[in-house]
Design a protein around this ligand. Sequence first.
Ligand SMILES: C[S@@+](CC[C@H](N)C(=O)[O-])C[C@H]1O[C@@H](n2cnc3c(N)ncnc32)[C@H](O)[C@@H]1O
Length: 374
Amino acid sequence: MEQKHLGHKDTVNLGSYYTPPWLVDRVYSLLGKNVPDWDDYYILDTSCGYGGFLRGPKTIGADIDEQAVETAKQMRSRGVYFNHNSLFGISRSQYNLDKNEKIIIVGNPPYNDTTSIIRNDIKKTASLRDADVISRDVGISFLLSYDKLTADFVCVLHPLSYLIKKTNFEALGQFKSNYTLIDSVVVSSGVFSATSKLTSFPIIIALYERNLFGMNYAYIQNYTFETNDNKPFSIKEYDTIGNYIPKYPNHKMTSKHDAIAYFYTMRDINALKRAATFLEKETRAAMRVTKPKLSYYCYVDVFKDYIPHMPYYFGNSDIMINNAYFRELESLFVSRSARKHPKLAPYVEAGTYNDEEAALTKYFKALLGVHYVD
Ligand SMILES: C[S@@+](CC[C@H](N)C(=O)[O-])C[C@H]1O[C@@H](n2cnc3c(N)ncnc32)[C@H](O)[C@@H]1O
């Protein structure tokens, strides 16, 4: 089932990283558990590739990639196929479905940041979209298209960040107003053989039900996610660094006279893994570090050293902190950070810890609990 016909550029542009069959099985086990009569519904995949997600007696597959659709027809002749841009002219009639038909949408829509796609011709046609589904991320556009199709259930793979990052969640617009997450499993992006394994991020196989309530961000904060290896977690369990220091440039709030150091923007744990921490000079992406808040920036600097102990499913989460425990070890974090960044030396009091590594490991084990990776 691996995608074979596209070169690198088109693969990136179309997000054509096909799904291993065992993940498709997970979609159908979520459906089987929650929608026992799922095979009475039309099963629709609007980004179907070779059709790996199409199961059951009534299937419809669509894809912008003509060759993928041809292969899908050869592999599974039962069912109906369309070769079109599924984000343009979105309607049930596009699929010869009327408003009374029951629909379940399945699949693994492409996800990529539309501002960072390699440019070529495919990009131009693929970037045509109905105004009400336009979004920075093409995967969010697909979720919005499912709402336009008024699917009864949606069971698809997408980055967990769409739900847990508040700005992404807000971008889910009408989708979040009309759908509720009712069941899910979190897996690592590393399961896709063709994508980068260097920094894995969490992908959720999410089952949504269309209803009158929808969901708000508090619903997501309280939701217990479950990983493929049965580790439950919920974002409300953690206090995050953003409650103590700004995560983005704070030039408006902090005068340059109060800055004793500069620190790079902190997007999430995966970004911190690749990014700098303390900076030599002020830049547009820099925050001004003030003396009273210095220890929190040192905390982030040391946190970065411990990222190898964080599981992939926290990759898009904010940097967590146990503030009370951190305050007990504050001077330890500062002195360790100052050893890496000698410019901080004037702000450091002589430390009294003799086993720094053990104390920090204990801290991070307490912070992460069962999620600590040895
Ligand atoms: C991640 S692949 C999924 C393929 C298949 N469902 C699977 O998982 O094996 C994403 C698919 O979306 C298709 N695609 C990208 N943009 C599209 C668009 N605007 N309309 C329809 N299909 C699109 C790509 O051609 C690609 O086949």
